[in-house]
Design a binder for this molecule. Structure first.
Ligand code: NAG
Ligand code: NAG
Ligand code: NAG
Ligand code: NAG
Ligand code: NAG
Length: 290
């Protein structure tokens, strides 16, 4: 009995794949299969078309010169140079190799700010006012020019002075320069009539050890003429303005936690919520063998 059943079963399976009586493959005739294939072909072609059309329309709305969505941070972040893995500058005055890389990094960082290059690439702009170069409607006012930020404006922190201490940005004689930049935000106007400026101080417990600080350019300000920034595609030669902070009398052989922040007449109060907005903190430690 079981033998007979088996035979019947296998016969059923075979018939399912190919039924010679009705000429059906897997329960459908050739024309039925054809219709199904045709249906899916049309269906997927339609989907692909929809996708391409949507993509095309979306790309049309994108602007090559400016991101459609930018974060609405009222206050941009700040960053220091030289910068390693962590935000700290630690070296020993008596060990040249401990500060030599800082000097090398700063020299290559400041290379593009050389006066000769700035004169070649950028404009001398009227100071203390925005350098506005708006597009008129759909007509792009491109390429947009940028303002000169000369390396010599960094004074004793330019790394160009006559003395060896100046050429090592003060690292050699324990009066190091740290450079501060404000993150770029397209279209940002970081002040009204007064240029925003940087001030640095020590965290409370280190306030006796930070010593006097000098700022370059004068007042530690980011001049208004470097704003607004129109994006790297529009302003190809843009030189981000810098503020150099020189520590003149910092206490040796101890950690000093420094915090620098931006002051602006459009920023009333630094938000406590975002601890990176408009400020940067770093650890500075200069060791000296007795
Ligand atoms: C910038 O000037 C310094 C000193 O004159 C020079 O050593 C350096 O090669 C220059 N950098 C560039 C990028 O021109
Ligand atoms: C920058 O340096 C160049 C070359 O020395 C000079 O012609 C130009 O006036 C300087 N620009 C500013 C803004 O000081
Ligand atoms: C950028 O600098 C180059 C010279 O290096 C200059 O020929 C060009 O006109 C500048 N472009 C703009 C938009 O300032
Ligand atoms: C520095 O600040 C003082 C007072 O705020 C101002 O009178 C002076 O013009 C500023 N100097 C520069 C170069 O911005
Ligand atoms: C440097 O700082 C020390 C205290 O850390 C102070 O006694 C000294 O007078 C300062 N020197 C100058 C030139 O300000």
């Amino acid at each position: 009995m079981s033998k007979e059943d088996d035979k019947g079963n296998t016969g059923g399976w075979k018939e399912f794949f190919w039924n010679p009586r009705t000429h059906e493959v897997m329960g459908r005739t050739a024309s039925s299969w054809g219709l199904i294939l045709l249906f899916y072909l049309v269906f997927y072609t339609f989907l692909a078309g929809m996708f391409a059309l949507t993509m095309y329309v979306m790309l049309l709305t994108l602007n090559d010169y400016q991101p459609t969505w930018q974060d609405r941070l009222a206050i941009p972040g700040m960053m220091i140079r030289p910068k390693g893995q962590a935000l700290e500058i630690i070296y020993n005055i008596d060990q040249t190799e401990s500060w030599d890389t800082y000097v090398q990094k700063l020299n290559s960082f400041l290379g593009p700010y050389n006066d000769s290059l700035q004169a070649l690439n950028n404009d001398v702009c009227p100071p203390d006012q925005f350098y506005v170069q708006e597009d008129s409607g759909e007509v792009r006012n491109n390429p947009k020019r940028s303002c000169q930020f000369n390396r010599t404006m960094l004074g004793e922190c330019s790394g160009l002075g006559a003395t060896s201490a100046e050429r090592t940005f003060g690292y050699e004689n324990g009066q190091p320069c740290v450079f501060i930049k404000l993150n770029r935000v397209i279209g940002m106007l970081p002040g009204k009539s007064q240029s925003p400026y940087v001030t640095c101080g020590a965290k409370k417990e280190d306030s006796d050890s930070i010593g006097e600080i000098a700022y370059f350019p004068t007042n530690g300000s980011f001049n208004l003429m470097y704003y607004p920034y129109y994006g790297s595609r529009s302003q190809v030669n843009y030189s981000q303005p810098l503020v150099a902070v020189k520590f003149l009398n910092i206490t040796y052989n101890m950690d000093v936690n420094v915090e620098c922040k931006i002051n602006s007449d459009t920023i009333t109060e630094l938000s406590e919520r975002d601890k990176f907005a408009g400020r940067v903190s770093f650890r500075l430690r200069i060791n000296k063998n007795d």
